[in-house]
Write a protein that binds this ligand. Structure first.
Ligand SMILES: Cc1cc2nc3c(=O)[nH]c(=O)nc-3n(C[C@H](O)[C@H](O)[C@H](O)COP(=O)(O)O)c2cc1C
Length: 182
């Protein structure tokens, strides 16, 4: 029943990026295919080999990497996506999306896809609470982007506050609802 759904998972440069590996496994367990797109920053936090092996698909990072296909990778992935999930989603990625920038592979896919977009912010509590970030999140919500809210708890900076990436179960619940999965 769920077979054939294709989820593009964007991973950005947050310390929470290691959780994206488990998210790949959970999405695949629902019968979906997963293609991972990483920002350059994300590659500092989680191995490309890990994401490639768990997703069973090549990981796309570089806009200009020859793929052997005639269709640009950002358009091919954007068209194939039934849903685009960005988890974790950095303050930087949120800002670029809110501005409509197309300065890397992931932001190009955000603009090129007509699939539903789900973002899962993760960042320091002061970053999340900054008016610039809050305004950007409101802008994205107004455009129909679904935001899986960050939660409170211990942050990597050593403080307690709101900014931890939502539990993976919350993202899965949202994704299943969006894709009408069992
Ligand atoms: C150790 C470390 C952890 C970071 N964690 C986060 C984070 O959780 N959220 C965030 O928005 N930025 C975080 N950053 C900053 C981003 O990596 C930086 O803004 C980067 O340019 C984001 O690039 P991207 O949005 O293209 O992935 C962190 C940086 C470092 C060095």
């Amino acid at each position: 029943m769920n077979k054939g759904k294709h989820v593009v998972l964007g991973v950005t440069g947050s310390i929470a990026a290691y959780k994206a590996a488990e998210l790949v496994r959970m999405i695949r367990a629902c019968g979906c295919e997963v293609s991972v797109v990483m920002t350059q920053a994300a590659t500092h936090f989680i191995g490309v080999l890990t994401m490639q092996t768990l997703s069973r698909n090549p990981v796309a990072i570089d806009m200009f990497e020859p793929t052997g296909q005639w269709c640009p990778e950002h358009v091919a992935l954007a068209d194939r996506a039934d849903a685009l999930v960005i988890a974790p989603c950095t303050a930087g990625a949120i800002a670029r999306m809110a501005q409509g920038l197309a300065d890397d592979l992931l932001t190009c896919i955000v603009l090129a896809t007509r699939a539903p977009v789900i973002i899962v912010p993760a960042m320091n509590d002061n970053m999340l609470g900054h008016p610039a970030v809050q305004t950007n999140l409101e802008t994205l919500k107004a455009r129909g982007v679904t935001v899986v809210d960050a939660v409170s708890g211990e942050l990597v900076c050593g403080r307690e506050g709101k900014g931890r990436m939502a539990p993976l179960e919350a993202t899965m619940k949202t994704l299943k609802a969006v894709l009408h999965l069992d």
